[in-house]
Design a protein. Sequence first.
Lengths: 356, 341
Amino acid sequence: MTDLLEARAVTKVFGGGMGGRRMIAVEDFSLAIADQPPSITALVGESGSGKTTLARLLLGLIDPTEGEVLYKGADIRTLSGSNLREFRRDVQVIFQDPFEAYNPFYRVDHVLETPVLNFGLAGSRREARRMIEETLRIVGLRPEETLGRYPHQLSGGQRQRIMVARALLIRPRVIVADEPVSMVDASLRATILTSLRELHDKFGISLIYITHDLTTAYQVSQNVIVLYRGLIAEAGDVEKVVGDPKHPYTRLLIGSIPHPDPNRTWKGEGAPSAEGARATDNSCRFAPRCPAAMAICCESAPPLFRTDAHQAAACFLYREGDVVSGAEIGEIMIPSDGPSVAHAPIAESAEIRPDA
Amino acid sequence: MGKKRPDVRNNTILEVRDLRVYYHTSLGAVRAVEGVSFDLRAGERLGLVGESGSGKSTVAMALMRLIKPPGRIESGQALFEGSDLLALPEQQMRRRRLAAIALVAQGAMNSLNPVIRVRRQFADALRDHGVALTRSALEERIHELLATVGLGPEVADKYPHELSGGMKQRVVIAIAISLRARVIIADEPTSALDVVVQRQVVETLRRVQEKIGASILLVGHDMGLMAQVVDRLGVMYAGALAEVCGVGAIFREPLHPYSQLLIASLPTLDRKGAFQGIPGLPPSLLNRPRGCSFRSRCPHAMERCESEAPNLREVRPDHFVACHLYQTSAPRRELQTALGD
């Protein structure tokens, strides 16, 4: 079966022209999102890991230097006419900053009405209004307190939930959420993440959840891909990757998370302090910081080795395992536990805690 | 951390009483900080945690006397080494900044001057405070300070843009301790850093604080970071302290309903789905409602909460809560009188 959205050996290089320095933001990345069953995949990485570049590649906002991004089997660069519209409708995005996503001169209604009109989702103004109100309730907002307002009259959490509502309104098949909660306070973060999960559970929408925060990735997703400087460091079942991390980088990342528990303090030594150290092109990019680095790590870059049925790490510590090629990465992922529902009509929805 | 700290209970170094800071806008006064009182004890790390708009950064800025118009310190005291920081003439306050009370600001890596080398940033700070050193003594001092935060002497020759975020933040910490300030106010010192670097920076901060015996007021929004770093924690909500107690106590048994919900809203790596948002929003600081500012979101709100704002009282030894739920029996002490004089 053809996947809904697929990245096939995608590389993105910035710069390099006119003698400038080449920056490989993403290298040889593959990922396939099937339409059914819906899935939730987290892409986790720190700044400079290439996670936002990946989001932009998957959305077709930038073109890959090598490789291709496919929508229902067709390179998205070749889409036009109705196919392009379909892609634009099926693949939605939630950006990080709910303060920059709005035009301050329009009421928030505009953000919600535009897609309804553009995609002809409603037959009449009244129906459009009904759909919008319905969708706002789904993300926990009261329409009467939300519609008719300007963005500055709403909190960051409310704005971000309107973005979730907008994405949902269009009834996409997959939502790329790029750090959707990093600018939101803790008490609202949980509510928004719950809304996102419900999009998957109730409406059968797949999610690509991009974040720097492994904790929320663990809470939201089934599978996780940990990125380090543009490459996959580790991938697989989130329970495996978090519970028994294999790659030294994943271990460092998990060891650095400040647990909200004073009895569970940071253990052991902090990170080997080689920030800024640059690896060469043909070595493991993590080697300069790696406590387990071996001679081989400086000679060639490790491919992904399978460490378990549903886990793989790009680290020579596991070179006994089978090499997992980009095309095989789907086999590492655990099959979705999500409902295999057909495109659920929004009207059947139950509400999620209106509260704002 | 984890290790027993000496009892510093009555060894207060900074005593903040009834601090009020308002921002005067065309719509009226935004009462950002409305009656905050706490003690910072010698050698301790006290956290001030809160969500955006809770007033935590305003408290930090007020203690440094760096509130800019339309903001204004309306009232309050900050007693430090025998004088009230809030009442000092600007010239005297200026001398105390850095020398006695130092700030590691939010996004501090952008507080370095981008066009001068790290060495001069140190030299300027020292010279402004009357430290006259020979060239070689100054060089030695700078290298020593850099070494304290885990940086090599070569960093002195660099411009800020040549350093990573974590390195810049460590330079800022080295400057903050350069005159051995008694109090370091760190306002979200790591909020722009990745977790791995955050850990390094925070551990650096803790190490230098212990080395020079300073006290830290750590202001932030991340409960996880607070759990790892501070000895005591104050939870702020809508411009006031909801709860102040030992960090162990607040995670073990939070008393204020807001603290309880805040802790329950934190995602962990242990149990999936075990976190929940807090319904509702904080009140407008322009038109503060009467009574308790948390009551509209509080599952335990009572009639009394609508008419009367609860005071911060000590309901258990060294555990202060501003909530009517715990004020049925006679309070141990009210903060105002308890730690006053």
